[in-house]
Design a protein around this ligand. Structure first.
Ligand SMILES: [Zn+2]
Length: 879
């Protein structure tokens, strides 16, 4: 990639200060897409704008054959450097400039730009685009920055018989007279003014299901929005469109009421696409989603809930992000935090998933807390100097911490003021770009509160505070209850104590008719600020068995249980009736495990003991994944083998004891399959499930479960290549091909590791999904000895990986191949571990490496240090 591909914020500011865009007309010729030998597609852009500078540039990552500036042909080779098309001699008198760029873009296999996928079931080609933050330039020539909005007219030539979608409905679809296979031209209506990264084209023989949503407009008219849901033809039998459309209508109705700004984009298509790099993308009127939301195998309620959450997240973006767009990627959080918050809020307010905040507390916040303790964390409002930094900022801070902070803001200003502020913001900034100041101004106006200090402490500092309760008790009564806070910004090293609007729950053990229950007797809501805040209302109340700080999860902070609370949780966590409270206690226990305060083995015991009482499948699934991480990364090496066996056996027992056909049964089955990959002795049961010798009533032996069992057998050397090939014959789908690759890559042989390594490092060798599958096989936690020889080649290859692969793929390789499974030797310190020292050595020798690459390596080292510290603490506890 050319060095000028990494557009800087300074350049973007300079460019937008001088340009005003009116329209792009983009013509893409996709008629050759069905021919795998064709690597490129013709692309023509005609852009109209006024300028106050004679010189600027367009962005394009492809091949340029012709450039015309105001009817004047320009020598393409002399103005194009592989990333930018330099434009000279522009009119600066206020009249229009018209620039035409002809060239060709590359079909993508990495999910960036125009991705092409061929379905192994029917050999049909499926295309879709994915641009955020800056990949529209892989498809057409653009001014690639969010604040240069324009209207877009797309024209697409495609094989007859295909469907073609874009942000707007087609205005004209006509057959074109050509030699060879029949071709159809699709011309789409001009869009409203929008950013380049939000444009979209989807093309292929997609299957559709249609619906409609309508609502009354203020003037008495009716707004009608056509709805369609799309997926590959071979997945059509699994597409539960009715369920998806129901959530869609619920969401549109909710936002229509709450935002008081009619849905602005005409129609609403939702397309489930193959080999997608993310959950979904909010292209106005044409949202794209990962195909894993089309459930080919049995799915838990948590999976349906996650899908509904994503649908509502993307839909919120139609207003927040699409209608009003952050000016540059520093303010990415403005739209992502808001959408993430809305995904849960609208789930609760408008759908059957009224408990969505529980999963949020357990899963999303865990992501945020993890990231916010890394040395590379950043304030919610980030400093994003260029596009490579932007690409890495789609992280746990921008999404989950930002949404958590918004949740705290709602508690702080009140929900009425919050939504009134949002309405004013949409009304004032529609079709424009904004920064943080614009949102705060709207919220200050509606809440009457000065948010300057709040924003500085919550949005412009990094790190998570730790909150705990200090409860003094005498004669069965509380004498004093103090909430303590400590917090350090990992970026500046300075103490940061924030204001928290929060609740503290006091819980008692009592018989509630269904047996012993842990029940909340008092809820104290308070403003906590500074290092210690006494809750005076608690004095004189009966001494509780458990004090839960941040009950109801209003604020964002790590919470510690006090010794009495920890004892209660150990014995009675399953008796805590409230799902959100249980989730918060689980979160405190996991944070304590990660911080080497609770031995990993004890966490595993707690999951096995109290997991069966967990009714929320999202929480339960999270617990089983955490238990596995605890065993592989945080347990001392001397203990690991026993813990692995205990987890596999425990998961099996709970699987067989669970109610037939329940979500819990499915979650424990998945946990068993994952655990069996490190316990050769569990292979008999895995094989028994596959061949029917072991029967578990109600358990669906569908493709997902079958493949995970095969992968376990492969990883433990209990399955042959021929058996894996036979399973692929049974399931020759796209997903089957990917799962087969993961299983084959999991075979425990030096030759397999060598082959995995070679294909992974070869640029363009694998698609995005196949990269993930191969890494998963290569890095099987049980294969530490087989992969140890690759530690040194990893460090030697890092810079080459970064330059030879796209940033999307390079990031996966850097993260996935890092030698993160390491054992701490007793009596040592984590910092002295050879893998840590080798990483530090690389960082010192490569200070000039790209910042985005260094960030990944620094994070990998920090995760390793955390694992080693937990192992060492666990080993000390054992003695
Ligand atoms: Zn989003």
């Amino acid at each position: 990639m050319s060095t000028t591909a990494n557009l800087t914020r300074t350049e973007a500011r300079e460019r937008s200060a001088h340009l005003h865009l009116s329209e792009y007309r983009v013509r893409l010729d996709l008629t050759g897409a069905t021919d795998p030998a064709r690597a490129t597609f013709p692309s023509t852009t005609r852009v109209r704008f006024t300028a106050t500078t004679p010189t600027t540039f367009l962005d394009f990552l492809g091949e340029v054959s012709a450039v015309v500036v105001n009817d004047r042909p320009v020598d393409a080779a002399s103005v194009y450097d592989g990333a930018r098309v330099r434009l000279d001699g522009l009119r600066t008198d206020g009249s229009d400039n018209v620039v035409i760029v002809e060239g060709a873009g590359h079909y993508s296999r990495t999910g960036e730009g125009l991705h092409r996928f061929v379905d192994p079931v029917d050999e049909q080609a499926y295309l879709y685009t994915q641009y955020e933050p800056a990949d529209a330039r892989r498809v057409f020539a653009t001014f690639e920055q969010p604040d240069l909005k324009a209207s877009f007219v797309f024209e697409v030539l495609a094989p007859a018989g295909w469907e073609v979608l874009s942000n707007r409905a087609p205005e004209q679809v006509a057959d074109v007279a050509v030699q060879g296979p029949a071709v159809r031209r699709w011309r789409f209506a001009p869009t409203e003014r929008m950013s380049t990264y939000l444009t979209a084209v989807v093309a292929g023989p997609y299957h559709q299901a249609a619906g409609e949503w309508s609502a009354a407009l203020p003037g008495g008219e009716t707004l009608t929005v056509p709805l369609r849901v799309w997926c590959r033809a071979s997945l059509a039998e699994h597409l539960d469109a009715d369920r998806i459309l129901e959530v869609t209508r619920q969401g549109l109705g909710f936002y229509h009421r709450e935002f008081a700004f009619p849905y602005p984009w005409g129609k609403y298509d939702q397309v489930f696409v193959p080999e997608y790099n993310l959950g979904a993308m909010e292209n106005p009127g044409c949202v794209t989603f990962t195909e894993s939301y089309v459930f080919r195998s049995a799915a838990t309620r948590a999976q349906y809930q996650a899908r509904a959450n994503t649908i509502l997240h993307e839909m919120a973006h139609m207003w927040f992000g699409d209608l009003v767009t952050p000016r540059w990627w520093d303010d990415l959080w403005l739209k992502e935090s808001f959408a993430d918050y809305m995904g849960a809020h609208a789930s609760v307010a408008a759908t059957e998933f009224t408990d969505a905040w529980t999963a949020f507390a357990n899963r999303r916040k865990a992501w945020a807390y993890t990231q916010d303790q890394l040395p590379t964390t950043h304030p919610v409002v980030a400093d994003i100097p260029d596009l490579e930094a932007a690409k890495q900022n789609f992280d746990g801070i921008t999404y989950a911490k930002g949404a958590s902070v918004l949740k705290q803001l709602v508690a702080y200003v009140g929900p009425d003021a919050f939504f009134a502020g949002a309405r004013a913001y949409f009304a004032e900034h529609a079709y424009a770009s904004t920064t943080l100041t614009d949102l705060l101004a709207a919220l200050e106006a509606t809440s009457g509160r000065d948010l300057t200090a709040w924003a500085r402490l919550w949005l412009q500092t990094a790190g998570t505070a730790t909150l705990a309760a200090r409860c003094t008790v005498q004669d069965g009564e509380i004498v004093e209850l103090v909430v303590t806070q400590d917090g350090t910004d990992p970026v500046t090293g300075e103490e940061v104590l924030r204001p928290h609007r929060l609740a503290v729950g006091l819980y008692h053990l009592e018989d509630d008719g269904d047996g012993l229950a842990l029940v909340r007797s008092h809820r104290l809501e308070a403003d906590v600020d500074g290092a210690a805040t006494e809750l005076t209302a608690a004095a004189g109340l009966p001494a509780p068995d458990l004090v839960l700080v941040n009950d109801d999860d209003l604020t964002y902070a790590k919470v510690r249980l006090d010794p009495a609370g920890l004892e209660t949780a150990r014995a009675h966590l399953g008796a805590l009736r409230d799902g959100l409270a249980r989730s918060l206690v689980w979160s405190a226990l996991w944070n304590a495990t990660r911080d080497a305060l609770l031995p990993a083995g004890e966490y595993v015991d707690l999951v096995l003991r109290h997991g069966p009482a967990e009714s929320d499948s999202a929480v339960l699934a999270g617990l089983t994944v955490n238990a596995r991480t605890a065993v592989e990364d945080y347990a001392p090496a001397a203990e690991r083998g026993a813990r692995r066996a205990e987890l596999a056996e425990g998961a099996w027992q709970r699987l067989t004891a669970a109610e037939p056909g329940s979500d819990a049964q499915l979650v424990w089955a998945r946990a068993f399959a994952a655990a069996a990959a490190v316990v050769p002795g569990a292979g008999g049961r895995a094989r028994g499930l596959l061949d029917g010798a072991e029967r578990v009533a109600g358990l669906p032996l569908d493709p997902e479960l079958r493949w995970s069992l095969w992968r376990a057998l492969a990883a433990t050397g209990s399955a042959s290549r021929a058996e894996l090939d036979a399973e692929l014959e049974r399931d020759p789908t796209a997903d089957g091909v990917t799962q087969h690759l993961a299983a084959v890559s999991s075979l425990p042989a030096a030759a397999v590791k060598a082959a995995d390594w070679d294909t992974l490092l070869r640029p363009g060798g694998l698609t995005n999904d196949h990269v993930d599958a191969t890494i998963a096989g290569f890095a099987q936690p049980a294969h530490r000895e087989l992969t140890a020889p690759y530690a040194e080649p990893y460090f030697a290859a890092l810079r080459r990986i970064w330059t030879e692969h796209s940033i999307e793929i390079a990031s996966r390789l850097v993260r996935g191949l890092y030698p993160h499974h390491q054992d701490a030797a007793e009596g040592t310190v984590a910092e002295a571990h050879p893998a840590v020292r080798r990483t530090t050595g690389w960082l010192e020798a490569n200070e000039d490496a790209p910042a985005a690459l260094r960030r990944l390596v620094v994070e990998a080292r920090d995760h390793l240090l955390r694992s080693l510290r937990a192992q060492l603490a666990g080993a000390r506890a054992l003695r």
